[in-house]
Design a protein. Sequence first.
Length: 242
Amino acid sequence: AADRHVPDRNRSNSIMSKNVFDISQELMSNAYPGRGIILGRTPDNKKNVIAYFIMAAGEQPQPRVHEAFDPSKMVDPSLIIYHPVRLYNGTLVVTNGDQTDTIVDYLKQGKSYFEALRTREFEPDAPNYTSRISGVVNPDGSYSLSILKNFTSDRTANKRFFYEYDKPVAGLGHFIHTIMDGDPLPPFRGEPKCIRIELPIREFTNLLWNSLNEQNKVSLFVRYVDLETGEVEQEIRNKNAE
């Protein structure tokens, strides 16, 4: 009878493993996930992991990580020209739009990224109205992810979701992207997916890049940051520079 209250650790681990996804399979199973953010921790628990990718999008030109090729063809330059990654006072911000600057501006005022994103909404790129995704990595290594997406058919209301991970787990991360398959393209559904992060930065970057659809992939940015020293390792892949 006393054993009835002892947790079954094997069962718990089994359930946990079923909820951890293979990022390569996730990317290969979706030809066009839009733009995506991965935040997590290396297997030795010593480095934060940040990754951001861009896929080609509709009528917009194919962008690089920090620039667009032909501004004259843009439907809305703010959807292409932006800072995807910024660092302020030890806090790293990564997003798929100019809300990067909004978040940093609020941090400079001593406010939170929650407050910043409550002033923003999904992108005005009819008919898809792409979601805005954002990630924040704090100096202590904890991180947050957010998605702002359309709520109503008349495009007049937002749904804002915030996910906080106060104690990152070694060898795991979380993945969120902007869109799913469909026409018009529906937003990402559910919580960010928990994924395995088991490789050094060069190998992990190559895994992500090779898993992205060859026709649609544009750019990939990966950074590992040492929690103790602040040392940065960084890899960038750019299809238009190959």
